[in-house]
Ligand binder design. Structure first.
Ligand code: FES
Ligand SMILES: [Fe+2]
Length: 459
């Protein structure tokens, strides 16, 4: 018999596999498998979240070697379009250098170092605003002011330095390590898991940039487990599926992990047993408010009702036909992460991705880039420009209008909770932090991979 959960799991909540087994629209094979790997990282010193020295080690040893999402292809549709990506430790210009070519240049002039671009823009040449040195879009030197005054300059050796680029699913990745394995290797099983969920078919409609009062790891770790539902989002305990969530890591796979969080399943931490009608009503009341609720047909589970309603609502909203989609893909939160800082959903309800980057010289802050996707127009017409929303540490997701109010409230709860977590890590003595074996296995996975990079020499 295939494994459906860890052998030591001991809770009244059904496992994800037991939940989806009864779905009228069966899950694809991708979701009927459970995978585990022994990860011997029971905890880490708290200084990994708070010390400038540890952040510096990450900056020198990890960030220059990993593939990172820099932007989306549709953000730079025309030759000359560029996005400025402030990667940790290196500002890069992600440039559409030809119809099917994207390059990443270090955002610094080879004369006296000035940043070439401060903002996303569209150019014919990369011209330095200080004295006017200029480069073509392929990185070759285009213009030297007062050429006579630089007798030492050799044109052929004066190309703009580049980082590597890679593309998958409409995302543009960069890597600063010339010797890194190709993106295809790095992404491991991710492309296979998204083969029927192509991210090229969506565009980045909105991006919320939120400054978080927490280390980048504190942040991502708070989003890749459902264990904190009872503490931070207790309003979702009647239907949130926290204790039924499946966490997968794969032996030998250092970059990808996932969770599968079913909706319409009560938590084992809710104080009493609910019937399906009560689960449905708690869910609808949280998402839509109100006090009048439909009656579940006899023998129908709340999650079946929610999956059906989601298929209909999202088909109407997107102008697509989702009527044959499995219940779990329609209703549940299927969430993948790519080491170190990227999270991508594969579900109808959550067309989102997250990216977390450290704030320079401050291990107690990070930037949370929250990406919201919409289907591309089916007639091939150009997609609208990405709308950017900037939120400071005290600003609210719920008030910014980019998310449904109930979901904005969830992210506000996370923002406040993660800031408290960081404050505790920073000022709470010297005891280490401890990770659970299963529900926090993705956090163990992250630290295991991070430790491998930190054992390397600075790059
Ligand atoms: S620093 Fe760029 S042209 Fe002088
Ligand atoms: Fe949360």
């Amino acid at each position: 018999m295939p494994k459906i959960a860890p052998a030591y799991r001991d809770t009244s909540a059904p496992s994800y596999q037991e939940v989806i087994k009864h779905d009228p629209r069966p899950a694809p094979a991708l979701f009927t498998a459970y995978s585990e790997a022994a990860i011997d990282v029971p905890g880490v010193p708290r200084s990994q979240y708070t010390s400038p020295e540890f952040a510096q080690a990450e900056l020198e040893r990890m960030w220059p070697r990993v593939w990172q999402v820099a932007c989306r292809e549709e953000q730079i549709p025309e030759t000359g379009d560029l996005v400025v990506y402030h990667s940790p430790g290196a500002s890069l210009l992600i440039v559409r250098s030809g119809p099917d070519e994207i390059k990443a240049f270090y955002n610094s002039c080879l004369h006296r170092g000035m940043q070439l671009c401060a903002h996303d823009t569209s150019v014919q040449k990369l011209t330095c605003p200080f004295h006017g040195f200029a480069w073509n879009l392929d990185g070759s030197l285009a213009h030297v002011p007062a050429r006579w005054d630089f007798p030492q300059l050799e044109e052929a050796k004066f190309n703009l330095p580049e980082a590597r680029t890679g593309r998958w699913g409409g995302f543009v990745f960069i890597n600063r390590d010339p010797d890194a394995a190709p993106l295809e290797d790095y992404l491991a099983n991710l492309p296979e898991h998204f083969a029927d969920w192509p991210r090229e078919s969506v565009y980045l409609a909105q991006m919320i940039h939120k400054t978080m009062n927490a280390n980048w790891k504190t942040c991502i770790e708070g989003f890749i487990e459902s264990f904190h539902l009872a503490g931070i989002h207790s309003q979702a305990l009647p239907f949130g599926g926290d204790a039924s969530t499946q966490y997968d890591v794969w032996p030998g796979n250092e970059t990808i992990s996932r969770f599968l969080e079913p909706v319409g399943v009560q938590s084992d931490q809710y104080p009493r047993r609910l019937n399906e009608q009560e689960i449905l009503e708690a869910s609808l009341a949280t998402v839509f408010g109100g006090s009048e609720f439909p009656q579940l047909p006899k023998d129908m589970r709340a999650r079946t009702f929610l999956a059906t309603a989601t298929r209909q609502a999202m088909s109407a909203a997107d102008g697509r036909d989702y009527s044959t989609l499995s219940d779990t893909e329609a209703a549940d939160a299927m969430q993948y992460s790519v080491f170190p800082n990227f999270v991508l959903f594969r579900s109808l309800t959550y067309p989102y991705a997250y990216r977390f980057t450290p704030v320079r010289d401050n291990p107690n802050q990070a930037v949370f880039d929250f990406m919201i996707f919409k289907p591309k127009p089916q007639d091939g017409s150009p997609v609208p420009e990405t709308e950017h929303v900037d939120l400071g540490p005290g600003d609210s997701f719920a008030a910014c209008g980019a998310l449904p109010p109930w979901l904005g409230q969830i992210y506000d709860q996370d923002s406040v909770g993660l800031a408290m977590c960081q404050a505790g890590l920073r000022d709470g003595g010297t005891a280490g932090v401890m990770f659970s074996a299963y529900q926090e296995v993705r956090i163990r996975h992250l630290h295991q991979t991070l430790a491998r990079y930190l054992a390397m020499p600075p790059l």
